[in-house]
Design a protein. Sequence first.
Lengths: 116, 112
Amino acid sequence: AQKVTQAQTEISVVEKEDVTLDCVYETRDTTYYLFWYKQPPSGELVFLIRRNSFDEQNEISGRYSWNFQKSTSSFNFTITASQVVDSAVYFCALSEANSGNTPLVFGKGTRLSVIA
Amino acid sequence: DAGITQSPRYKITETGRQVTLMCHQTWSHSYMFWYRQDLGHGLRLIYYSAAADITDKGEVPDGYVVSRSKTENFPLTLESATRSQTSVYFCASSLDGYEKLFFGSGTQLSVL
């Protein structure tokens, strides 16, 4: 069965620092999808990125970047030059495609606090 | 507006009462999901549905009932609410089971 581990429960950084949120996953499937979601203090869940298991290219979107490494089963998320608005809970999630369309399994989340 | 809506936004009930949380989506997505969010547990899947009249259990289905007679609606019923069901409940939909989820705004349920 698939599993997602976000070992960092809470992280606190000072504004403008870079921060990396770790995500380690477990799956037996060869085809799977990885996701990151953001949950700001207002409570809604905001989709950030989806990557499939065949695409190991790193992705950059503005101050956000994602490092996907199959060799270590990790899909880490880095925020460069953090801002107060980045304060949120961030969830990593995994979905398997080989064994039928399995719903997303989420990690427990990492709460990021960015201090001005 | 198109989207996914949940109601009510907040609900307080007593132990033993039946409660139904509503979820409606306007995208005609095949898949719909119910997750609960609790501190220290993240988001856990309660039930999901791949199409009308097809539902499946998730990780924490006990004490919950779902139905999906129409593609756009996926209500979640707590037949006899317990304090351990105090949580924030999120409904979501997607085109396919492994596509990105579109979440509703959540229902904050308190069982006293």
